[in-house]
Structure formats: structure tokens, C-alpha cells
Design a protein around this ligand. Sequence first.
Ligand SMILES: Nc1nc2c(ncn2[C@@H]2O[C@H](COP(=O)(O)OP(=O)(O)OP(=O)(O)O)[C@@H](O)[C@H]2O)c(=O)[nH]1
Ligand SMILES: [Mg+2]
Length: 193
Amino acid sequence: MNFHNVSFLKSVYKIGQLPEPIYPEIAFAGRSNVGKSSLINRLVNRRSLVKTSSKPGKTQSLNFFDVDSCLYLVDLPGYGYAKVSMGVRSSWEKLITRYLEERQSLVCVVVIIDIRHTLKEYDRNLVGWLRNSGLSFLPVYTKSDKLSGNKLARNAAELDAGLTINPADRILFSAKTGQGCEALQSLLASYEK
Ligand SMILES: Nc1nc2c(ncn2[C@@H]2O[C@H](COP(=O)(O)OP(=O)(O)OP(=O)(O)O)[C@@H](O)[C@H]2O)c(=O)[nH]1
Ligand SMILES: [Mg+2]
């Protein structure tokens, strides 16, 4: 698997629309606007396979991508986006929750956090829930290009402490420079059947 042959499969708005679970799936979760879709584009080396936006709330469905007919990548809508109506928000949240709880082929959740931000309740809840569920998860601190030197190291250490993880168990990433991309690719490739 080399992430060269990637195609969009489908957008899912309701649990009944999920594709047949024929490959292991990796889901990408995180707060709105954190850079989930940009990370996937960088990971598969395609500038605009996934639509991104400077405005939060761009991704509004579960979007499935086929990687080398070996794995599915699943781009999730961001959580904590205040500007959509409560009704829309709660229907996304229900969809994401059911997907995370019930999907048998889900093998890993990449939890994406903006390196400039402190941990938010949503991040803690998600990681807490993932730990309890026994599902494997991988924290990725993204937008690393936006900080430098001491500030970068300090923020990363604070996030590590907040999540109680070792630096070896997360990845520093930048969709802009490609930092961390190869490390992420090789970790995800290990989930191939
Ligand atoms: N400098 C820099 N900008 C980034 C990086 N990743 C994402 N961005 C920018 O952050 C904004 C949001 O990126 P998206 O990838 O659309 O974020 P998202 O998490 O998919 O957002 P939603 O779908 O709304 O939840 C865009 O303006 C991106 O260009 C990064 O690593 N470095
Ligand atoms: Mg998105």
C-alpha cells in the first residue's frame, strides 16, 4: 500500500448509507476547522481530493475514500461547530457517535488537535471514550508550521500531559510542510489486512 491510488467513494448522511465494511477503516476526528480534511489531502498527496475551507463547518457528512483498495479513510464533520443549528448539530453528533460505537470495521481513530490550542472538553471526552472502548487511537498535533522552537515544544508537552500520552505515541504534523506525513502513512499502512 503506497497511498497512490486514492478515490472518493461516497458521502454518508445516515447510518443506513454506510458502505459495505470490506476494508479496515481509519476515521479522522477533531474539532471543526482543525485541519482534518487538509491532513487527508496531504496524506494521499492530492491537493484537493477533499474540500477544505478557512471557515469552520465545511465537512458535513462522513466522507469515505478508498486507498489502494486496501483501506477506507473516513473524514468526519468537525465537532463543536457553533454556527449550525442545534438540530443539524445533534444529527451529526448522533451519526458520528453511532458510527464510532457500532462500526465493526473501524480499526483506528486519528484524533486531530491544533498544536496552537489547549485541550478542549470535546477532545478529552473523545479520547476518554476511545480509551474505554478499547478502540485504537492516534493523536496528531497539526498545523505545526504555525509555531516554532520553544513554543512548539511547550504546547506539544502540554497536550501530551493533558492526554497522558508519551511523545512517541503521537505525531506532529503539518499539512503545509508535510512534517509527520511519512510517519503517519507507515502507521496507517500497518492496519492493512
Ligand atoms: N498553516 C497551516 N494551515 C492549515 C493546516 N491544516 C489546515 N490548515 C488550514 O486550516 C483551515 C481548515 O482546514 P480544513 O482541512 O478544512 O479543516 P477541517 O478540520 O476539515 O474543518 P471542518 O470540515 O470544517 O471540520 C484551512 O484554511 C486550511 O488551509 C496546516 O497544517 N498548516
Ligand atoms: Mg473538513
